[in-house]
Design a binder for this molecule. Structure first.
Ligand code: NAP
Length: 319
């Protein structure tokens, strides 16, 4: 199989864009789908990628991962596009909202965007994934309170509460709005790891152990390459965009967590392209190193419950 397709959610900017660029250069015969919520940003990214990589097989298909309807529409468009066999999915799109957000399906915004939409996307695309395919979900070392990232520790509880804006707000109301948004973000990144663990086990049970599903930590990618701070207040946003050079000198951060979209985009592309024999499923990659995720992230009960709850709310059957 020389021709393969890779889907990258949020591939129009930051880490997703850099990953797409590296894969497009390394594999000029492969097809890359930039799955992005904004048509204009998506088209611009596709044209820029074609120009920068000389790979002509780059397409955009719209998706808003916070909307279950949009995820379903994306999958239909993808099927109708009749592209080369689907080899891999990079579930990269992510957001941190500093205000209270309820999605059109009635879910809390961060949980729906970072976790639930990708859960549905991957479930719907799984039957299309070719032999020895690869799924990488972008998590974050902020899920692990032992790593000094300046982000608050996750506060995990039943998904029915995490996904309900009102209940989640009640649970976190003692915190400032900014801290609440940080907790929701780190909790969603922990949920991603639970999903990766459960999915890798289910794939083995279903006889699809040729598919590798892992999570990936890109580290702290401050600087103009990442737009993750778009909703931060102007002071923090300015620091994020223009003062990245200071951060390595601050003792609040573990040095090894500080990276850039260039470095992490290279690591993520390499992970996608590494042969299946060289990687294990259900693992956590910190850049180019496979390491254990936080102790809290290994919890079979939570993993099973999150799986069951997610199937139910997305109207999918157990498999
Ligand atoms: N930056 C960091 O320090 C850092 C650290 C650890 C983990 N991460 C993770 O790395 C991933 C990439 O982040 P980044 O730093 O590259 O930030 P970024 O530049 O903001 O990229 C995020 C991408 O996700 C897209 N996105 C957001 N909400 C979406 C939705 N509802 N539907 C579809 N696409 C959506 C954005 O689209 P728009 O352009 O339309 O907004 C953008 O393309 C995220 O999962 C983030 O959580 C980042």
């Amino acid at each position: 199989m020389t021709q393969k397709t890779i889907i990258i959610t949020g591939g129009n900017s930051g880490l997703g864009y850099q990953t797409a660029k590296n894969i497009a250069i390394a594999k000029p015969e492969w097809t890359i789908v930039i799955a992005s919520r904004n048509n204009e940003r998506m088209s611009q990214a596709v044209e820029r990628l074609k120009a920068e990589t000389n790979n002509r097989n780059i397409y955009g298909i719209r998706i808003d991962v916070s909307s279950l309807q949009s995820v379903r529409e994306f999958v239909n468009h993808f099927k109708n596009a009749e592209l080369p066999p689907l080899y891999g999915i990079v579930a990269n799109a992510g957001a941190q909202f500093t205000e209270e957000v309820i999605t059109e399906d009635g879910f809390e915004g961060t949980f729906a965007t970072n976790y639930l939409g990708h859960f549905l996307l991957i479930q719907l695309l799984l039957p299309l994934i070719a032999d020895n395919g690869r799924i990488i979900m972008v998590s974050s070392d902020t899920h692990d309170p032992a790593v000094k990232t300046m982000m608050p520790a996750p506060v995990y509880t039943d998904p029915s509460i995490l996904a309900d804006q009102k209940m989640s707000y009640e649970m976190l109301r003692k915190y400032s709005a900014f801290k609440r948004s940080g907790i929701r973000y780190t909790t969603s990144k922990l949920a991603i790891i639970y999903f990766v663990h459960e999915l890798s086990r289910k794939l083995i049970e279903a006889g699809r152990n040729d598919i590798v599903v892992d999570s990936f930590n890109p580290g702290l990618m401050v600087g103009n390459g990442s737009n993750l701070a778009r909703d931060y207040n102007p002071v923090v946003k300015y620091m994020w965009n223009h003062m990245a050079f200071i951060i390595p000198h601050l003792h609040y951060f573990d040095k090894h967590t500080i990276r850039s979209v260039t470095i992490s985009g290279r690591d993520l592309a390499e992970l996608m392209l590494t042969s299946s024999n060289a990687v294990q499923s259900g693992q956590y990659w910190d850049g180019d190193r496979m390491i254990p995720s936080s102790p809290e992230s290994y919890n079979r009960d939570r993993e099973a419950r999150l799986w069951q709850w997610s199937l139910k709310v997305t109207n999918l059957r157990e498999w």
